[in-house]
Design a protein around this ligand. Sequence first.
Ligand SMILES: [Zn+2]
Length: 458
Amino acid sequence: MRNILVIIFVLGLFQPVFSQDNKDSLFVRNLFDEALDSYIAYNQLIQLCTIAPGRLAGTDECAVAQDFMYKEMKAMSFDTIYKQPVWVRKWLQNGEETAYFDIGDGEKQYLAVDALGGSVATPEDGIEAEIIVVKTMDELQTLGREKIEGKIVFFDFDMNQHNIYTFPSYGENAGMRVYGAEEASKYGAVAVLVRSLTLAQDTFPHTGIMRYKTGPKKIPGIGISAIHSDMLAEAYAENPHVKVFLHCACKEYPEVKQYNIIGEIKGSKYPNRIITIGGHIDAWYNTQGAHDDGGGCIQSLEVARLFFALKYKPENTIRIVMFLDEEMAQRGARAYADNPVREGEQHYFALESDRGVTYPTGFSFDGPDAFVKKMQSWTSLFEPYGLHRFEKSGSGVDISFLKVKGCALAALVTESQRYFDYHHSANDTWQQVNRREMQMGAAAMAALVYLVDKNGLY
Ligand SMILES: [Zn+2]
């Protein structure tokens, strides 16, 4: 009898503490088990990459991708599926680019290049001009019009290999891709060639957005692979008068109407409080966009599938959003933030996956300190699965527009060493995605959403 009383006493004292923690860690375990057993999401990714490569916003390929996601959502148990209209730019590559330099005796060395997103075309018969190598934007001013006029500016910067998390290395030089043509045109350049923003040494050219502002003349911007950048730099070192030929035919067309695709599970307790989980459905013309960001879209959809599979009924309304047009102008993200899908909606929490679907290492949180602290209090629930980075930092481009609405933001953080090997290049194929790693990311996202849904943000 006394022993029983002791047992009852001990259980009575500790049970409430243990049971909640146990319940949460058990649910998280079940999410990972369900995700790791399933091939559904991976097959969805393969299909998306296969039927809609090059799905830049405004293209027919992007419409195919939107239809695909809509149908996949229809086959699931969402309460409502929305197609939110978004007007987007339509810019097309219009056929392969050509670039080469002469190596003597009429022989040409061809260069692997891709037009930068939003670039104007070269004249129909191309541009042939001497190049001038610059390593930083500031160098343009130092060189001045005298040295630049009539030439192709070749931005051949050094990628910083020292960052352990690789995203800052991308950020340090991305300005030359985005604004290089605009700046070089002020000094009379006829085109720009931009080294690919990759830490790998290979022959894949990488594209990405470039922008014109008020420059005197719009000149073409073209990305060149790392290996061919080195080759060209070497040729230039030997002969500073080396001439490069460039041709691209890209063109801007009238804007078209496409859609954010949104699947919604209505909250049982707080139907107006919205938790958004998403990725961007568009991808560059030269790629399947498996890591960027087909995988992030599929992971978001997988969060909903995991909840359905485990029969979890959320208290808040959960929305899975396939954002349109992240790469060019973020029109989808702006439309989602500015135009309520339903009356009275309040953006509560948003989570984006857009850093590649490699092994998840944690989350990045953007919001008040009390929110970040609460998120960090759950770290131990994720440690068994290898997630340990719970940091206050940026989130994702698409959900960033929800910040002014008072929404707390989070991003899935993944192992970053190989991300820029793939990013915005033909190398970003579904074969580069490991099913287990992608599923671990989806399970981690679902676990975080579950904890926020049940326990709130503060
Ligand atoms: Zn992306």
